[in-house]
Design a protein around this ligand. Structure first.
Ligand SMILES: *Cc1c(COP(=O)(O)O)cnc(C)c1O
Length: 312
């Protein structure tokens, strides 16, 4: 299974925080699960403060981009809102960014726009979604998914709580995997090879909510994020999509949203923060590029070289 390159994807502030509890050499042993045990000693306040900072950074990033677009091309005000001008850093924020290949099912939540409308606009517990991604130039169905999604994003009833960031690239990806609260992954099983963006999110304390496909059946332990649906495959695509959409909405409404807004007297979501720590500690070592490259060396390259030497 793939791994994400920790040095490239971990936010600087998060790295500084990790260094304090894991020690200065932690990155030399970052593929060792034991290294991460002391992560639990990071004070909740400190982890939450860094997370909130990164969320603000995402807001600033989106605002700066959209301001530049307004100045240079005079885009329509509705497009400014769709690009995140009304983003609220106090609202639970769910990120979804990847290639818009149809198997990734970016439109899963849009199967039921009434229910989505209720979800984002719950007065005491609102939710915002940030989407980003491109379709392959030859992938017309993928482009159609983006067009339909963007049409919904622009609807006024969604109150600026659906956001689409254009020109998805590594810089957009970096801000998103560091600055949202939840990383959403909805592929149609068994098409996802890995889902590497979820690993980038995990090291930054962003919680994964994913179909059990690609890396997630290996990474998910019941306490370090959420699983959408189950591991059974239904005969018809339509049946599968309906089942997974229902499961996702139920998960969001009954578990994810209430947990995020469950605060103590210091306004800290203690149980959420505990999950963040569990997620970082369990996923960072196993899904690091360091572990991945070691696997390649030990399981592939060294045996291949040995075999070649025997044959000469
Ligand atoms: C990480 C990354 C990907 C791959 O993400 P998946 O979750 O595997 O789809 C694609 N594009 C960019 C820009 C990325 O940073």
């Amino acid at each position: 299974t793939n791994g994400a390159h920790t040095g490239s994807w971990l936010a600087r502030r998060m790295r500084v925080l990790f260094e304090r509890s894991l020690g200065p050499d932690w990155h030399e042993q970052l593929d060792d699960p034991e290294t991460w045990e002391s992560l639990l000693s990071i004070p909740d306040e400190d982890l939450w403060a860094v997370h909130r900072h990164l969320k603000r950074q995402l807001q600033i990033f989106m605002n700066d981009r959209v301001r530049a677009q307004w100045v240079t091309t005079r885009i329509h005000p509705v497009q400014i809102i769709a690009a995140g001008a009304l983003m609220d850093p106090n609202v639970l924020t769910i990120g979804f960014a990847r290639r818009f290949a149809t198997y990734k099912r970016a439109g899963l939540l849009f199967r039921n726009t009434e229910r989505l409308l209720k979800l984002v606009n719950r007065e005491d517990m609102p939710v915002q979604f940030v989407f980003a991604g491109k379709a392959h130039p030859a992938d017309d169905p993928g482009k159609k998914v983006i067009q339909e999604l963007y049409r919904t994003v622009k609807r006024a009833e969604f109150a600026g709580r659906l956001i689409f960031i254009e020109d998805y690239d590594q810089n957009v990806a970096r801000h998103l995997v560091q600055g949202v609260d939840v990383w959403l992954n909805t592929p149609r099983r068994p098409h996802e090879a890995s889902g590497t963006s979820g690993q980038k999110a995990a090291i930054n304390g962003v919680l994964n909510c994913s179909i059990l496909d690609g890396w997630w059946p290996e990474g998910y332990n019941g306490k370090n994020g959420w699983a959408i649906g189950d591991e059974q495959d239904r005969a018809l695509e339509e049946e599968q999509d309906a089942f997974d959409a229902e499961s996702l909405f139920t998960l969001l409404e009954n578990e994810i949203v209430p947990l995020y807004y469950k605060r103590d007297e210091k306004d800290l979501p203690r149980e959420w923060i505990r999950m963040m720590k569990e997620s970082i500690a369990t996923l960072a070592p196993s899904f690091s590029a360091r572990r991945m490259v070691k696997d390649y060396v030990n399981q592939m390259y060294v045996p291949a070289i040995r075999a070649a030497l025997v044959n000469t």
